[in-house]
Write a protein that binds this ligand. Sequence first.
Ligand code: PEP
Ligand code: MG
Length: 919
Amino acid sequence: MSKKWVYLFEEVAEAEKYAGDWEGVRALLGGKGSGLADMTRAGVPVPPGFTVTTEACNEFRKTGKFPDGQWEQQLAALKEVEKKTGKKFGAPNNPLLVSCRSGAKFSMPGMMNTILNIGLNDEVVEGLSKLTNNPRFAWDSYRRLIEMFGTTVFGLDDEVFEHPLADYKAKRGYKLDTEMTAEDWKALVGIFKEAYKKHVGSDFPQDVYQQLELATKAVFESWMGKRAVDYRRATNIPDDLGTAVNIVTMVFGNMGDDSGTGVAFTRNPSTGEKKMMGDYLLNAQGEDVVAGIRNADPIENMQKTMPEVYAQFMDITEKLEKHYKEMQDVEFTIERGRLWMLQTRNGKRTAKAAVKIAADMANEGLITKEEAVLRVTPENVDSLLHPQFDDKAKKEAEKAGAFFAKGVNASPGAAVGQAYFDADTAEKMAKEGKQEVVMVRPFTKPDDVHGMIAAKGVLTSEGGATSHAAVVARQFGIPCVVGASAIKIDLEKRQMVVDGKVVKEGEWISVDGTTGEVFVGQIPTTSPSLEEQTELMTLLTWADEICARDGIRKGPKGYPTRGLQVWTNADYPKDARRARSYGAVGIGLCRTEHMFFEPERLPIVQKMILASTSEERTEQLNKLLPYQRADFDGLFEAMDGYPVIIRLIDPPLHEFMPDEEALLEEVITMRVKGETKGLKEKEDLLKAIRNLHESNPMMGLRGVRLSIAMPEIVEMQVRAIFEAAADCTKRGIVVKPEVMIPLTGTVKELEWIQPRLERIASAVMEEKGVQFEYKFGTMIEIPRAAVTAGEIAKLAQFFSFGTNDLTQMTYGYSRDDAERNFLVTYVEQGILAKNPFQTLDREGVGKLMDWAISEGRKTRPDLEVGICGEHGGDPESIEWCHMIGNNYVSCSPFRVPIARLAAAHAALKHSGKSIAEDK
Ligand code: PEP
Ligand code: MG
């Protein structure tokens, strides 16, 4: 006996047995075929039919012929369909018509062929017209068949049929197809047959079996059609899957007022509300609803027009939802009072609906909490937390030519504002002018932060995902696009230009930080808040519960057995409180230097830097101490009960000084004008700045190196931390300070600095008469530190991966310039799969991390490990952190909810696996 190439919809169990599992069935019968078969099994009325397998398609592609037995099996299956429908293929008095539809394992919408109304010929059309008492419908169906046959089976151009139809209508003075009468369609069938013969070279086949055979072959062949091949290349669908062919009984919704057709979602796809939403039309065909030629009625009206069918429909759709445990998007037809389901699939939905449906379904007991958590994507959460552009409005703006430029999508959300080209003006316009502002700069520096904070959005033409603008914008939840290199900013003329399109200062722009796009003009936005989104809050609570499960991870001694915790990068109490309300359970990075930029502190910081003796420096530092103590006090209070990691000063000192070029210009102007007052101070300052100059400051005197060169600064910081912690403890706040030393490259650095700082910690606790838990640890952001982590862990009680610098130094790519200069090309050319500053490079940087953790924990099993680089908020990178045994990830407050979900996804995906077997 030949192999089974054809499966009736009822034979799904056999297909399952042959294919092994449901994935196998989908591969064998295609998405559509397996769906129809599955619905049949679930007792849903599906028009009878059968599927020719993808295996038959692949044989056909090899030999150009149907494999042995296929055609005979098709005929036998057709007999079964005749039995079930009580109709007969090719019989004029009671004809069975079928469609022949493609259907691969993965949906390839519109890429392959479909032929409807197979089984009509000159005789059958007459019979059908009598039988249905609807000659217009019969002749219209016939002309559609001739047209589809010509274009899909023989590849004729659409014009072969479109032109004669247009000419015919013009002659009659018709505008719409709906004006065509039965006689008109009949006349057109004659014209179409002529056109067919002229172009194909033979008559349109009157043998209905020949129609079926040719249609089956045409669908097989369409698998290798250009459109289909291009689509597969673009979506990575392998060529060897092949397509199945579904032969399905035609049912007609246009057979009178007891017929109809419609589409519906089992729940509202835009809000998620548990209420059927759809449209139907009486006496109509499927495309009439989709094309909107006639106004469709809301589905609930069917309750009045066809109460029984409506009840059956509601019953079936409920069953389908229960069966698939998902919101369904269904298509149906009612033929003379009888309901047929033509398709069901998981419905597309907005982020809001995705969250509500997942939470509701779990609460209804349809799915588990784990499934609900997995159904929501991090992107869904992201889009629910940031203002977004209204999709339709954005498309319209694009059509209207408002697109301006594209850059790196550095911080998500939508921002609309008037463009200003420096921080002071941006801040002034926002504060005094009460304007909505977008700050536009080539790049930003720490002293631009006030402008950024005042702005609704930030746009830069340079820099990448970890540039200053990107980091700060994410920190504050400001939508931001960086590195939009097509934009030429002219700071003199106060304008920016792309290809001759000019935006002047004060003009409106719209910046989409989610996609990286920039538009001219104002695009409307929609904006949400977490607290109001109860379903999202519920889902995130479930995500936390999943992560907290003991045993969800396994690993060597000291490795965490629960999932990841989510901490936050926060410098100010306000950010810490926000992050806490978003679910953060610790601060993973407080960048203390940001505090040095505040207006009343910067002059003291500058004097401290310029001090020529240790005493002078200490004098200035003593002035800074109360400020820092107050900063830390606020943070400890905001994070009561949770750990707070405070990083000691990290950047090179020149960042705190005035801009060298601007100062030089001032000095020269003063000299030229002969002004002497204040000149000497300015000249001294210039000299000092020049002394601080380094060719490569990011690899220069910064981080722990600076602490060793000028220990007074970090000594002050540690004193401030412990004094604040002691004061808080006295007020009943539970503090867990963790002091983090940045940029360590060798354990010797820690050996030099850490004991000095620990002595201060002990001294302060002694002075204040309080004791509390604390830790000293380091950032791992230099490859050498990762490689020698076993040594470093002798002193460090915790590691925090600074993956911004670690990526920069592992690849040797400047984090500030690479994206602008070559990274985009690298990604486009496939040299890099992704931007490594956005998504952690597992093979390189990730391996170093993995090594560092295992070496570190060999020395110190209870080593606490986190990540505080920008990757801490990226779902793919979070998964890696889970896999290698991080205790937590730390990210900007606005990404905390996303990270909570991503952490739960990672925990579920790798549930119960040990660290070693996982990678
Ligand atoms: C890092 O390098 O990843 C980090 C968090 O530190 P910064 O971005 O401040 O250099
Ligand atoms: Mg760093």
